[in-house]
Unconditional design. Structure first.
Length: 323
């Protein structure tokens, strides 16, 4: 596919167009600024967090929760995740410029100034807590904990110091299920903790698959992700162990939450496919195949599908007529 320059096309189409009119307008500059700030919040990560929050609320309510409550939790959770991600970009702006994968982030390209990103992240955090305060005190406290844990414990404390960074740092990504459950019930019960366990054990194999693909990036930035500091065979062995624990937690949810056989069947099938993908990656690594034949991104993308489908079933199961 040939890439052409849009400016050249414009000149060819109408060489009489004044140069000034071909420059970015104020509207285009404003739109680019808005896009840069939105990019700071990492919208795709926010989507994944909300995929776990809303179904958890349906399970906690054993049906359809208050739509006002869902909306408040949805908005508050989105603002909280955007705050944590923006502050993460602020702290990591130096290594984001080094890594190919993150080199287009707004602070790495200087589309947003560091001070502006810091203020933006703090304002989003304050807004998130303001919205969550309309839900209940427990949900608000958990939201504050999630933001602080992701920024201070993971980004500042763990990420550049230990290969277990994503294991313990992943706790922040588990908080939405606790927040969703607390928003509905005002408490934290065993089903919520099992869902927490599913996300906790899911995070390392999900992220290590990505880190295997971009381990040169992390090595160049001096970030000791497990694939950087350990042999690939060690990485895939630990991925398999975490995946087994994840599937076990998903199956344990069935009797504890009183879910139907429909959920159980879905959890079994999804878990089997996930384990098959991990085992496949492990086999390719142990066979000594070249890195370009490991295909870890297959597992990375499937892991997102797995979590999405499993939580869809968590939310749908209470709505079934024979539930």
């Amino acid at each position: 596919m040939t890439v052409v320059d849009a400016g050249s096309d414009l000149e060819a189409a109408d060489p009489g167009v004044p140069v000034a009119s071909r420059r970015p307008t104020r509207w285009h500059r404003s739109l680019a600024t808005v896009r840069a700030y939105v990019a700071l919040t990492k919208p795709r990560i926010i989507e994944l967090l909300l995929v776990t929050t809303v179904p958890t609320m349906f399970l906690a309510a054993d049906g359809v929760p208050s739509l006002t409550l869902v909306l408040a939790t949805f908005v508050g959770g989105s603002l909280a995740a955007g705050s944590a991600n923006s502050l993460n970009c602020f702290v990591d702006r130096d290594i984001d410029q080094i890594m190919t994968r993150t080199g287009r982030r707004p602070l790495a390209t200087h589309a947003v100034r560091p001070r502006s990103a810091l203020v933006f992240g703090l304002v989003l955090g304050a807004a998130a807590l303001g919205v969550m305060s309309t839900v209940n005190a427990l949900a608000t406290s958990l939201t504050a904990f999630a933001i602080l844990f992701y920024v201070l414990v993971y980004t500042v404390g763990l990420k550049r110091r230990t290969s277990s960074n994503i294991v313990w740092g992943g706790i922040a990504g588990c908080m939405p299920v606790l927040i969703g459950w607390a928003a509905v019930t005002g408490t934290l019960d065993w089903p919520a903790w099992l869902l927490f366990g599913v996300v906790f054990w899911w995070t390392p194999p999900h992220f290590w698959a990505l880190a295997l693909r971009f381990r040169d990036d992390y090595a160049a930035a001096g970030v000791p992700m497990l694939p950087v500091v350990a042999e690939p065979r060690v990485v895939v062995r630990r991925m398999l162990g975490h995946s087994l624990a994840m599937v076990a937690a998903s199956l344990a949810l069935w009797p504890v939450a009183g879910l139907t056989a429909v959920y159980l069947a879905a959890a079994v099938v999804l878990g089997a496919v996930f384990l098959g993908a991990v085992v496949g990656l492990r086999r390719r690594v142990l066979q000594g195949l070249p890195e370009d034949q490991w295909r870890p991104m297959r597992l990375f993308h499937w892991s997102i599908t797995y979590l999405t489908l499993l939580f869809v079933m968590v939310g749908v199961d209470p709505l079934l007529p024979f539930s």
